[in-house]
Design a protein around this ligand. Structure first.
Ligand SMILES: *Cc1c(COP(=O)(O)O)cnc(C)c1O
Length: 496
């Protein structure tokens, strides 16, 4: 299995090269040249398997330059005993009306990013052995809140690796901020930036693709890589859990082999929903992909009209991990659905950079709309969804998952589509205690974060994850703030 770039079809890379490099030198994203297929028989065989085995089956198809023993070692290190609090790793909870919630937040940092970022450091270590000639890898991360912590935790004290995280100063929840600023480890750095997630992401991308920075690092025996979902090594582990959820539904008798399901995903950078698209292309019986956004609804407009226009106000919402106007992974979808037209993708991405918008050809829009439905919901409706789901079904969801729940409700009402539904649940509610309490009309502004946690627990009975409870009373290690313009200097200083 070889990889190419979304913007230049002359690029060829192995999986190990794609993972260590993170992004192609001309700015495109690595994509597999063809997608493997998992047959019905293979799917049936996965039903009785544990998560690790399912992961080995799926990952091996993409990591053809890894031995099976290497893939297995990585999967065991990530998903083995004690790493995830749920024994199933990614359990499926069934609500009423054929709605199934796929809980992706039982890892050490309580958000779905752990699903990929617990294994990425191991994939990177094995990849680096194959490709990087002993260079030290510098992972640069831009985060809207959850990736930062998950990447710090995954890469802390990893040999021959440094990790630097940039987060928007006022764009993350208090718990997310505390998780990052208290991070332990000898190879980690954390810095706030004055700006939003898009500023952080474009800053990181600019540093990656700056030849002068690349040379400078090389002269110090270092190379950059990415732990954002632009890195192929982030996406491929996310494909696994859609297969796993389908297998769990088969095992519980909720569906029978071949039944179609819809998948709904609270979306920001388009990585999670893209992984569901890949699962579908690999033969998983998924009918429609439902892309749910908050009021940063650039993707809803795009899927409905074919015009992607980021020239709009950026909103800070109760679902901060989805406060994004430039959804990087959409580029990969455009590449695949345009019949691998790298020239077209390069042109569209050039327009996005230059003019802030682009429009796809009609033929491409038709294909997107066959596969995807899209909707968005504002903070008020997000709160209502949290409250209603708890009152009616005794199920507590976080502010991001609630966006998908609200969008699905509307989708089902408008279309009458009763296909069984898998909703990707992306964070533990206690990461966003203030907003979740507000949904119950119970927020008190002067309370400390951990009083809120206690009160939410008293109100709902939902268990508090030990890793969040343990943050109480911890002193931040990192308090640096920089601007978009000084990110490069900050990186150099951190690497000294
Ligand atoms: C990152 C994140 C999302 C968005 O996922 P993408 O893959 O970027 O679309 C949604 N919810 C939570 C809680 C997240 O951390």
């Amino acid at each position: 299995m070889m990889y190419t770039s979304t913007r230049d079809c002359s690029v060829r890379a192995t999986a190990a090269q794609a993972i260590t490099q993170g992004i192609s030198t001309e700015g495109g994203l690595f994509v597999p040249e063809q997608l493997p297929v998992i047959s019905k028989d293979e799917l049936a065989a996965m039903v009785s398997q544990k998560y690790i085995e399912r992961a080995v089956t799926v990952l091996s198809r993409f990591l053809s330059d890894f031995s099976e023993a290497e893939v297995r070692e990585c999967a065991e290190a990530a998903y083995g005993t004690g790493r995830f609090l749920a024994p199933e790793v990614a359990p499926v909870r069934t609500l009423k009306d054929d709605v199934h919630v796929l809980e992706l937040w039982h890892g050490p940092t309580c958000a779905f990013k752990d699903m990929a970022l617990q294994i990425l450091p191991h994939l990177m270590r094995v990849s680096a052995q194959k490709t990087s000639d002993g260079k030290e890898i510098v992972i640069l991360v831009a985060t809207s809140g959850d990736t930062g912590k998950a990447a710090l935790e995954g890469f802390r004290d990893a040999p021959h690796t440094r990790i630097l995280v940039f987060y928007p100063e006022n764009g993350v929840s208090p718990m997310q901020k505390l998780q990052m600023t208290t991070q332990q480890g000898s190879n980690v750095g954390v810095c706030a930036i004055r700006g939003n997630f898009d500023d952080a992401q474009s800053g990181v991308k600019a540093i990656f693709t700056d030849p002068a920075m690349r040379d400078k690092l090389a002269s110090q025996g270092m190379m950059f890589s990415s732990a954002n979902s632009i890195n192929w090594g982030r996406l491929v582990p996310q494909i696994v859990y859609y297969f796993s959820a389908y297998c769990d539904l088969l095992a519980s008798g909720a569906i029978t082999m071949g039944d179609k399901v819809n998948v709904a995903v609270p979306t920001g950078n388009f990585g999670n929903v893209l992984a569901a698209y890949y699962a579908r292309e690999m033969g998983l019986p998924i009918a429609r992909l439902i892309c749910a956004s908050n009021c940063n609804n650039v993707l809803t407009d795009f899927i409905r009209t074919g015009t992607y226009d980021r020239k709009r106000d950026f909103h800070t919402t109760v679902s901060p991990s989805m406060d994004i106007l430039i959804s990087s992974n959409l580029e990969r979808l455009l590449y695949h659905l345009s019949g691998c037209d790298a020239a077209l993708v390069a042109e569209l991405m050039g327009k996005l950079q230059k003019d802030g918008c682009y429009t796809v050809p009609d033929t491409l829009l038709v294909k997107i709309r066959e596969l995807f439905a899209a909707g968005w919901c504002d903070d008020e409706h997000t709160m209502t969804a949290i409250r209603k789901t708890f009152d009616e079904q005794k199920y507590l969801c976080d502010t991001h998952t609630a966006v998908a729940v609200a969008v699905c409700d509307e989708y089902r009402r408008e279309t009458g589509d009763k296909t069984p539904l898998i909703v990707a649940s992306t964070a533990d509610p206690y990461k966003f205690s203030a907003s979740v309490l507000q949904a119950f009309g119970a927020e008190q502004a002067d309370e400390d974060e951990f009083d809120k946690v206690d009160r939410l627990h008293a109100l709902t009975g939902a268990p508090v994850p030990p890793s969040l409870a343990a943050l109480k009373g911890q002193k931040p290690r990192f308090d640096q703030v920089c601007s978009r313009e000084t990110m490069e200097e900050t990186v150099c200083a951190m690497l000294k």
